[in-house]
Design a protein around this ligand. Structure first.
Ligand SMILES: [Fe+2]
Length: 348
């Protein structure tokens, strides 16, 4: 039986919520770093995408009480009148399909943050085994949680990005270095600034469609290396954990979604390092062009805004995203991600 949230306590010795430095609404999810924590290398698994089982009519997800509003034609839908925590297995399958089709879903007024860790993990596991992050803050006893945290004394984001950067924007697809990168990803906000701290998302499907047929043809069949090394080195430098050997994985530059069949660019500045078989200059030229192409595609991007109770769900296979750190570092921001892994990327 899972403990109720009211019973859950962080570790008093390391928890600023309990020492008065910052007021966390959910101290249980205070990021936990155990430098001695070790995970074995990940094993390949068979993935059956829940979206493939879904009824395209989505009658278990979208009922008479549901309101949806598309944010852009290509990406993003805001949904009210549904509780993720109440969805049946069929409803969760339909959520996977809807996330694949719309790329990003903003569920408003959710009780998800208060249903307890066991239930949160159980729901996310419907979509695939949850990644246990090799370096980020997790929750003691629950390595499935990836905690995003910033307060006046902790600004990992700026440390990682580098404090001499003119912009904090960093487009990436989460943990794309894994052999089986994630699909339907859950992000729920616990404490957020009154304004700011939105997440930028873009459609890698639309980004691909904007390229000429000739250029698309040149990209298809290419593979690129995605690396976890830089992330591990950063953690090591600041005395953080490296819970398993950082991996480097080759993925197709253009991947096909297993359910919708849509082709998407699969490169991101955060983790993609080089194109296999190209000389460095050639690889840099193409990757930098693609990074710039997606970064300036404001006409296939959205901003996901947060309000208390918001849960954002996105399909990492067909999107890239970036935090916007546009709020003062005296402000607390606390959020949690659950990141189910999916198939080995299918080349287009
Ligand atoms: Fe991310």
């Amino acid at each position: 039986m899972a403990p109720s949230v009211a019973e859950l306590k962080g570790d008093e010795a390391t928890n600023p919520a309990l020492t008065g430095k910052a007021k966390l609404s959910h101290p249980f999810y205070y990021p936990y770093f155990d430098v001695k924590e070790q995970f074995p290398p990940t094993q390949l698994f068979e993935h059956n995408d829940p979206g493939a089982r879904a009824d395209p009519a989505k009658t278990h997800l979208l009922t008479a009480n549901t309101t949806t509003r598309d944010i852009s034609p290509y990406i993003g839908t805001e949904i009210t009148g549904v509780q993720i925590s109440q969805l049946s297995k069929e409803g969760l399958d339909e959520l996977a399909l809807f996330a694949a089709e719309r790329k990003v879903l903003l569920f408003r007024d959710q009780d998800f943050k208060d249903i307890g860790p066991e239930r949160q993990i159980e729901i996310a596991k419907h979509f695939g085994p949850i990644q246990r992050h090799p370096t980020s803050g997790n929750v003691k006893g629950y390595p499935e949680f990836h905690v995003v945290y910033r307060d006046p004394e902790h600004d990992v984001f700026r440390d990682y990005r580098g404090r001499d950067r003119a912009s904090g924007v960093n487009w990436h697809s989460d943990i794309s270095y894994e052999k089986q990168p994630p699909s339907t990803t859950f992000f729920f906000i616990l404490d957020q600034p009154g304004v700011g701290g939105d997440t930028l998302f873009l459609s890698q499907v639309e980004a691909y469609k904007r390229l000429s047929p000739e250029f698309q043809k040149r990209l298809e069949g290419l593979r690129a290396v995605h690396s976890a090394v830089q992330q591990a080195e950063f953690s090591e430098r600041r005395g953080g954990p490296v819970r398993r050997e950082p991996v480097e994985t080759e993925h197709p530059l253009v991947r096909k979604h297993p359910v919708t069949g849509e082709k998407a660019l699969y490169v991101n500045e955060g983790f993609t390092r080089r194109i296999v078989g190209f000389k460095k200059e050639e690889s840099d030229l193409i990757l930098n062009f693609l990074f710039n192409h997606i970064a300036k595609g404001a006409d296939f991007q959205i901003r996901a805004t947060y309000a208390p109770g918001t849960v954002v769900v996105w399909d990492n296979r067909v999107t890239a995203h970036s935090a916007t750190v546009d709020f003062d570092n005296t402000i607390l921001r606390h959020a949690v991600r659950l990141t189910p892994q999916a198939e080995v990327p299918i080349p287009a």
